[in-house]
Design a protein around this ligand. Structure first.
Ligand code: TRP
Length: 432
């Protein structure tokens, strides 16, 4: 096994890549993949796409478009492992293993599921109306993607951080029960990658229908840019760079000097039409060579298919043997395999539970602490005047695991490593 840092990320194949995807994900990821000290895994999350759409042609088309986009933007399939999720049959298998150690309560808290429930509640509907079990299980499938390759870092958008934390929780639970098999992944959120505004000035997003597709023909790119909203200031009037969608888009593509020059032009009253011309020219300068490669690739789907299958072979060289190890760990193994003693001596049974204790000190305040099954102190709290508050924190820690810790960082002190704390907390969600 290599000692390089393993970086993994997936893209759901339910749409057409737009400028926001390019600036926020594709461009930084392709750059990072060229660093010598990383081992990168990029995949097309087509199983995830089925949660979002029931349109087979859209899934197929999007898979082709996204694969062609990544290659056209410079991803080198020789250097990285680039594959399609559904070509790795071990992923759904691992999803099931993780399903069996994941507290249902943990999944109840997932943002995407909660948002759906809240929407139903607000509309006076039944909580789970229109919610598929696929949406509910989304974080588990995603954890399987990540844990299968023991990724250290997962570059994602802010909205996905919770999913990475859940993957950590699942890895801890599994490791606690079956021994150390999974690396605990970290989310990597690029702080200075701008979220791009769309045609209407709101965040560029498919759900707002305000996107600029990355690889539209040049004439259409120009037309879309001409349609971006501006305020009504006339040429000659000073313009605000703050809140100007055109400016933000330009900045995402231009050098610092070019951006400063445009800011100067805003101050001097450049007309919006001229800003749009500049923006189109700057965008097209970067996009045109990639568009040419993209158009070529899109004409040769069989070649893209070959690239993906070669990637899958590379990926399965890891996922195949690793899944054998995980199967063995959970007890799915040949009956003639007598290496059972290996893990039975760990005595990690579900009945050995850590405990929370709530108590009152001489100062009249209420405290709580968590100890492992063998009595080691894991964490302790500050004093609360209201015992219900202490109890509430305990409940959150039990149901949410280490995800709850961040919100109460000032109220609890960890007495052991963060990993031990996560692993200990994870046992509760597993028990539910
Ligand atoms: N859920 C991610 C998204 O919508 C896509 C995804 C699926 C993913 N599996 C993943 C991202 C594993 C990172 C790692 O953006």
């Amino acid at each position: 096994m290599t000692t390089k840092k393993r970086v993994l990320t997936g893209i759901t194949t339910s749409g057409t890549p737009h400028l926001g995807n390019y600036v926020g994900a594709v461009r930084p990821t392709v750059r990072a993949s060229k660093l010598a000290d990383v081992d990168s895994y990029y995949f097309l999350a087509d199983y995830h796409a089925l949660i979002k759409t029931g349109d087979p042609l859209r899934v197929q088309r999007s898979t082709q478009e996204i694969a062609a986009t990544w290659i056209a933007c410079g991803l080198d399939p020789e250097q990285v492992t680039f594959y399609r999720q559904s070509d790795i049959p071990e992923i759904p298998e691992l999803t099931w293993f993780l399903t069996c150690i994941t507290g249902k309560g943990l999944l109840n808290r997932a943002h995407a599921y909660k948002a759906a429930v809240d929407k139903n509640t607000a509309a006076g509907e039944d909580t789970d109306t229109g919610v598929t079990a696929g949406l509910f299980m989304y974080p588990v499938l995603m954890a399987a993607d990540i844990l299968m390759f023991n990724a250290h870092e997962v570059p994602v958008g802010r909205d996905q951080i919770q999913h990475i934390e859940m993957a950590r929780d699942m890895a801890s639970s599994f490791n606690h029960l079956y021994g150390e098999h999974f690396t605990l992944p970290e989310a990597l959120v690029e702080e200075h990658v701008a979220t791009l505004p769309g045609l209407d000035g709101r965040k560029m997003s498919k759900s707002y229908d305000n996107t600029i597709p990355l690889f539209v023909p040049e004439s259409q790119l120009r037309k879309l840019i001409m349609g971006i909203v501006t305020d009504s200031r006339a040429p000659g009037e000073t313009k605000d760079t703050e809140g100007s969608a055109l400016f933000q888009l330009y900045q995402a593509f231009a050098s610092a000097e070019e951006t400063a020059a445009l800011a100067q032009a805003y101050a001097e009253g450049i007309g919006w039409g001229e800003v749009k011309d500049k923006l189109f020219a700057r965008l097209n300068q970067e996009i045109a060579p990639m568009r040419e490669r993209y158009d070529e690739l899109m004409k040769r789907p069989a070649d893209i298919e070959d690239i993906l299958l070669a990637g899958a072979r590379k990926a399965r060289a890891i996922s195949g043997p690793f899944t054998q190890r995980v199967r063995h760990a959970v007890g799915i193994r040949a009956l003639s395999d007598l290496s059972v003693g290996q893990d039975s001596d760990k005595k990690k049974t579900r009945s050995a539970m850590p405990t929370f204790k709530q108590y009152r000190e001489k100062d009249g305040l209420f405290y709580f602490k968590l100890t492992t099954a063998s009595g080691d102190l894991v964490l302790h709290s500050t004093g609360f005047s209201d015992p219900k508050e202490a109890a509430g924190h305990i409940r959150d820690l039990k149901t949410l695991g280490s995800t709850a810790l961040a919100a109460m960082s000032e109220k609890v002190t960890l007495d052991t490593s963060e990993e031990n704390v996560s692993a200990t907390l994870a046992i509760f969600s597993e028990e539910e």
